[in-house]
Ligand binder design. Sequence first.
Ligand code: FAD
Ligand code: NAD
Length: 434
Amino acid sequence: MTQKVYKYVIVGGGVSAGYAAREFVQQGLKPGELAIFSTEEFAPYERPTLSKAYLFPEGAARLPNFHVCAGSGGTKQPPEWYTEHGIDLYLSTEVKILDVEAKSLTTSAGATYKYETVVVATGATFVRLADSGVPGADAQGIYYLREIDDADKLLAAIKDKKDGPAVVIGGGYIGLELTACLVKNDVKVTMVYPGPHCMPRLFTPELASFYEGYYEAKGVTIVKGPRATEFEKDESGQVKTVKLKDGTTIQADIVVVGVGAKPRLELLKGQVAEEKGGFKVDGFFKTSVPHVYAVGDIAAFPMKIYGDIRRVEHVDHARKSAIQAVQAIKAEEKGETIPEYDYLPYFYSRSFDLSWQFYGDNVGEAVTWGREAAQASSSKFGTYWIKDGKVVGAFLEGGSPEENKAIAKVAKEQPAVSSKDELLSAGLSFATTI
Ligand code: FAD
Ligand code: NAD
């Protein structure tokens, strides 16, 4: 039997895959050259929508409105877009084996395809509490969020249980964004997370205290410190309570867990070099094996601006790494080169009527301005991070597009600063006058 051969294959059908497909089209793609394989039932969509507008009680976002590339102001790509461009989109199709030596892949249904170049974009999945042996963590009513399917299950639970109560475990991105969605749905929420404050990967204690205060003002109870050590279920297997290490028991009809993500490395494991918990790539997203590229959450890439190797689990990088890989592939075909990836970290979040952006590196000394004046609503304050006399990172709550552009410029240019007081008194104008 002759096997179908594709010039390009993308494994994974998330954010990176969608942006890579658009770039292939923009660079010139012939019908039948590209195939995308995705376990998801839906054409690539903007994943961030799932922890925000997808869960709103009114005016909720629904497909096809948030297919890529809608999230970055581009034209959205519903399934017909792929057909129109001669791209074979294999949905609900898991790739089970990817053999980089044979340049072939096999789906879980047993179909085999050959390729010339593969872009692996399998993203990440959530860390499950059951995997660390928390008793009762397999109870019904405990929800995680990565894909539409997960969001639909959570929505059904919200409708079913009406007003909760819910316990949200984890104080990171998922914890904070989903708590806001639950509150919007009139669900009473208790947040539980270890450590002294929320969003420990990025926030200073001062930043965290603003967001924690804001959430408490919205009626959220926050329990910091003790971990969840057990879930009790009723006779039907439905979660009933969450027990914490300090002996506290909290009633819960719904439990939402956001305790981190782990990259999906299974397909290339042992076949390409790894570093920092991801696949080691160069500034063009090439792995250690020719014709194998890795992008998005799974890629450990040279962060040129800081001279180290990092993995980034955020959408801006997922989009840009995919574009970079495709441009590099096409350039190589023409015997040309493109500049190496030069990424400026950019993270953001939105919840309730809050909205922040962060650019750069959160290392060194943090200086927060405008915090005392910040009201529960219409707040504008920020933080700069100073390292070796230079501003290397900038955070802004409530910024306008121009102001956000200004803090991005600061993080990119890393201006020198004479003292902490200079930043404290200048506040946002330090960025807007650069
Ligand atoms: P993904 O988008 O996760 O796509 C991976 C795809 O590969 C999935 O379709 C998966 O099903 C598929 N796949 C995996 N294995 C296989 C296989 N063997 N065969 C076939 N298909 C496979 N970042 C931000 O910066 N801002 C935000 O506001 C934000 N919000 C988020 C909200 C949620 C709920 C989540 C989960 C993440 C959010 N992120 C956000 C992070 C951002 O969405 C990710 O960094 C980004 O989606 C990574 O893109 P990716 O293409 O690497 O992976
Ligand atoms: P996270 O790393 O942002 O936060 C994990 C949180 O869980 C932290 O508060 C941590 O202290 C806590 N935690 C860790 N182990 C715990 C335990 N055993 N019990 C209780 N708490 C525990 O991860 P996340 O919020 O789960 O996000 C998952 C992925 O989704 C990440 O890749 C993230 O970047 C992405 N995401 C990003 C955004 C955004 O950028 N706005 C939004 C949603 C999701």
